[in-house]
Design a protein around this ligand. Structure first.
Ligand code: ZN
Length: 474
């Protein structure tokens, strides 16, 4: 997951010609990248070295650090951010009197709607280095504007670099982004283009990936020879399937690892992507553009939270989720001073995981994000049922290429299907209808529509299930 604001621009092919690539990687790592960060005033390297040490630090030392950073952030917010000044006063909260991290949990949660309504009251006007505006499509399709400061960008970049190192990928190693987002091609960003040449990154826009484009993308892989690949799992999986169908194989490319981001990584995707590139690890990260770089899988198979940069809560109705149950991930980004996010509702569902990881890192553990709060369907008898229950019904049927399930009303389900006609069974539609009724209730009406194309969200993400019944939670 990359959370910087600099992917705009139409870079279909970046050609880097050099005699000795290993030497070039060293130059990028030791000279060009540090120089770039220095020019833009970011302390990414310094923070990366901090994180390198902190990942092995005793848990109580990390706790102490987070408490100190949280208190500083809250004092800053009270002093410099009008929105929080008001919020703190209304809640009777005084950061000077804090004695533990829990003390700030009297503050109300911050929703996307709060941000939309109060944006100009939420930023630090005198932020050193200024603020960078970012506009995201948002999962609901409503745009969300927010601001980054340099310090936050540097901490997010450092967290990303740290977790890449867990998988033996260092700054300067060739990284290919197979990106599924609709790039704003009109905003060509020459500086980013140059930066990418310098930092050994290649971005391929795969927003509308099609069979026609596959040969070109395969040849880009072959000429760039990336060490790692980064992108939305749905996009990468789709590319692998299409390339496989056309007889291509990239299992000899020498790719070391695939980093999956921004969407739920399903097991079948992980397996298919891994196989296509020669049985390499497919690793999941969790975060978002506004939320930053929250957690990442390590070689021990766990998701470690970036403890030095966050206070993370898992809440159900404002209270900690009962043990063994998922709650909504609520974040406080300890280094976002330009526009603080204090108890921000991400809309994602996960749970804390107790215990230590075999890798020896002390950063705390959380479960995989199973979906967004909206990745649930409401049954007529009032149960919020995880979307997987209906996803499995559709996925079990052979010949289904892509699908999308839309809950228009509690009793109205629409299923859009893109199928392989010679594989899809004649009774396929009836099986879907019966499966949905079994899981949700007999009174549910299910319509199955065979379509040529499944549209993506405005954000470029692919969502399998959308329930319009609850559009208000975030
Ligand atoms: Zn670990």
């Amino acid at each position: 997951m990359k959370v910087c604001d600099c992917w705009q621009g139409n870079k279909n092919i970046v050609t880097i010609k050099m005699g000795d690539e290993t030497m070039y990687e060293k130059i990028v790592k030791n000279i060009l990248f540090p120089l770039h960060e220095k020019v833009v005033g970011r302390k990414t390297y310094q923070y990366l070295e901090e994180l390198e040490k902190l990942q092995w630090a005793p848990v109580d030392e990390l706790e102490e650090l987070r408490f100190r950073k949280l208190k500083n952030l809250l004092q800053h917010a009270r002093q410099n951010i009008p929105f929080y000044q008001r919020r703190f006063a209304e809640a009777g909260f005084d950061p000077d009197k804090m004695t533990s991290i829990d003390d700030f949990k009297v503050l109300p949660l911050l929703s996307k709607a709060d941000i939309r309504q109060n944006l100009d009251q939420m930023t630090w006007k005198d932020c050193p280095g200024g603020l960078h505006r970012y506009n995201t499509g948002g999962s609901s399709g409503k745009p969300l504007v927010f601001y980054f400061d340099r310090r936050r960008q540097a901490y997010d970049a450092a967290a990303r670099a740290l977790t890449h190192r867990w998988w033996d990928i260092d700054i300067g190693d060739r990284e290919l982004y197979l990106w599924g987002s609709p790039l704003e091609v009109t905003k060509q960003d020459k500086i980013k283009d140059l930066r990418d040449r310098l930092t050994n990154e290649l971005l391929i826009s795969a927003f509308e990936i099609s069979a026609d484009k596959v040969p070109e993308i395969v040849s880009q892989f072959r000429s760039f020879k990336p060490k790692c690949l980064f992108g939305y799992p749905s996009t990468i999986d789709l590319f692998c399937r299409m390339a496989g169908e056309q007889g291509y194989s990239l299992n000899d490319l020498g790719l070391k690892v695939v980093f999956s981001t921004a969407e739920v990584l399903y097991d079948h995707q992980r397996q298919a992507i891994s196989e296509f590139f020669g049985d390499i690890p497919v690793v999941d990260a969790y975060g978002s553009r506004e939320g930053g770089f929250i957690s990442h899988e390590c070689p021990g198979g766990n998701y470690h939270i970036m403890d030095p940069n966050y206070v993370i809560e898992f809440l159900v109705d404002g209270q900690p989720a009962p043990e063994g149950e998922d709650g909504e991930v609520v974040i406080t980004h300890l280094d976002a001073w330009g526009m603080p996010l204090i108890r921000y509702r991400t809309g994602d569902m996960a749970r804390p995981v107790a215990g230590k990881c075999s890798c020896g890192r002390t950063f705390s553990l959380m479960s995989k994000v199973q979906g967004r709060t909206t990745d649930f369907v409401l049954t007529p008898d009032g149960r919020w049922q995880h979307a997987l229950s209906v996803i499995y019904v559709v996925r079990d049927i052979e010949g289904v290429d892509e699908f999308k399930i839309i809950q228009e009303e509690v009793t109205e389900m629409r299923v859009l299907l893109k199928i392989h006609e010679n594989l899809y069974p004649p009774e396929g539609n009836q099986r879907i209808v019966a499966g949905f009724k079994k899981r949700m209730g007999d009174e549910v009406n299910v319509s199955v529509e065979i379509v040529d194309n499944i549209p993506r969200e405005a954000s470029g993400k692919y969502r399998y299930v959308i329930s319009k019944v609850d559009g208000t939670s975030v």
